[in-house]
Design a protein around this ligand. Sequence first.
Ligand SMILES: Cc1cc2nc3c(=O)[nH]c(=O)nc-3n(C[C@H](O)[C@H](O)[C@H](O)COP(=O)(O)OP(=O)(O)OC[C@H]3O[C@@H](n4cnc5c(N)ncnc54)[C@H](O)[C@@H]3O)c2cc1C
Length: 486
Amino acid sequence: MDPNSLLDGVISIFAPQFNLLMKYDVAVIGSGPGGYVAAIRCAQLGMKVAIIEKYPVLGGTCTNVGCIPSKALLDSSEHFYNASHSFKTHGIDVNGLSVNINQMIKRKTEVVKQNTDGLNYLMKKNKITVYTGTGSFVSTTKIKIQREKDSEEIEASKTIIATGSKPSSLPGVTIDKKRIITSTEALNLTEVPKHLIIIGGGVIGLELGSVYARLGSQVTVVEFLDSIIATMDRALGKELQRVLLKQGFKFYLQHKVSAVKVNGNVVKVSAEDLSGKKLELEGDYCLVSVGRKPYTENLGLDKAGVKVDEKGRIEVNEQLQTSVKNIYAIGDVIKGVMLAHKAEEEGVFVAEMMAGQKPHIHYHLIPGVVYTWPEVAAVGYTEEELKSAKKEYKTGLFPFKASGRARASMDTDGFVKVLADKSMDEILGVHIIGPRAADVIGEAVVAMEFRASAEDIARTTHAHPTYSETFKEACLMASENRPIHF
Ligand SMILES: Cc1cc2nc3c(=O)[nH]c(=O)nc-3n(C[C@H](O)[C@H](O)[C@H](O)COP(=O)(O)OP(=O)(O)OC[C@H]3O[C@@H](n4cnc5c(N)ncnc54)[C@H](O)[C@@H]3O)c2cc1C
């Protein structure tokens, strides 16, 4: 064992008793994908690192109540849906199929545990000291860690704030966490709702709606805007809505929710459309998924002089430095898309900046994914953005129904849309709805990072039969309007 780390270990055990101040090069507050990745990269670069997490488990929203558990339930529910809807056509007869929701939730919890155990291992491997408790600034270099019964202070030359976000609500809607719930409770239901009303047609609402629709719930989505997944290319929202309608979803677009009330086991949602026409819905659960807000409560930002903007996000400059030069912030708590991989990239970026390197994040090329079925994934400019920027572009659109691989798996809904610069042929945006779009988009991201033309991809060999051939075909169409299979 490294004698220095042995000494550090001994000091850290006795530090609180003898009021010794443990000193670190870097303290990271929050252990989500931003925080733990930043901590690991700092440690790899030779810094002495502490990570502070208020919950007894590491991993933050993503690992505990976000990306990982939602995907575990999406996978389980998809198995059930396929078993009841397409197995027969595949030649598999199953009788007496039923859902055991408790087992499904138990498996999800085990998946989360495997991931949080993995993080404990990674902290040990990288000799990162883990503090459990709420971290708050005492000054620009001192952080107090408050536990239930006691507290201690540590000193850090530099701090990375990675405290993430929490669900938002609507004015007048009180989340009781029993019948009016957020995504966190929706990941832990003990029964399959009969009628789940979802406020918000964004990514989280549609993913969790998909889980329960596949398990037999009636799912109704009430959305204020005129499209679901409205920040993505409009063609994606249109196609996804068409497919989800086939799966039994109901949609009320351009409806503003005015009240949500609980009476026993019944939730009543009141809304009205643009003309003022009233809509009253009754269900047994209402999931409020109208976005998330940055989380900075109890951080003592004022004691360190760290500023927030009008939306409550920590203000950062291009180097992700806050208004205080030795304090950085990353992930959901700052501007930008609220995605785990964006937080991770920022974690690595800040660590490398601190080490004097010159890292770079191409924010425009952060892919966005919706894990419905079919999946939706996109990177780069939407068609609407290109139009409003008056950029000349050409389009290649290849449908999955023309893909041999998609026919083999009976996943023929959706398409790949490639937008390329009209004269230079550079790929400007890729928008996919279809099977395994989340994986196919990776190729588009790499292509765009290297500023590939549509012809570059069209002339690259793609294994047959694969879903990724659809990207090649869409590039052939965008580049020279000569797809082979359509
Ligand atoms: C249901 C759901 C599904 C999602 N699915 C995806 C997905 O598929 N892909 C994707 O990219 N993103 C997904 N997201 C978003 C993703 O979870 C977040 O973007 C990501 O977790 C942000 O990482 P972060 O490190 O910034 O913060 P978080 O993961 O929120 O972590 C912040 C941590 O800081 C801790 N903390 C806060 N304050 C303090 C304090 N004062 N002291 C100590 N600790 C503190 C919190 O307890 C928390 O553990 C999903 C989110 C939800 C809710």
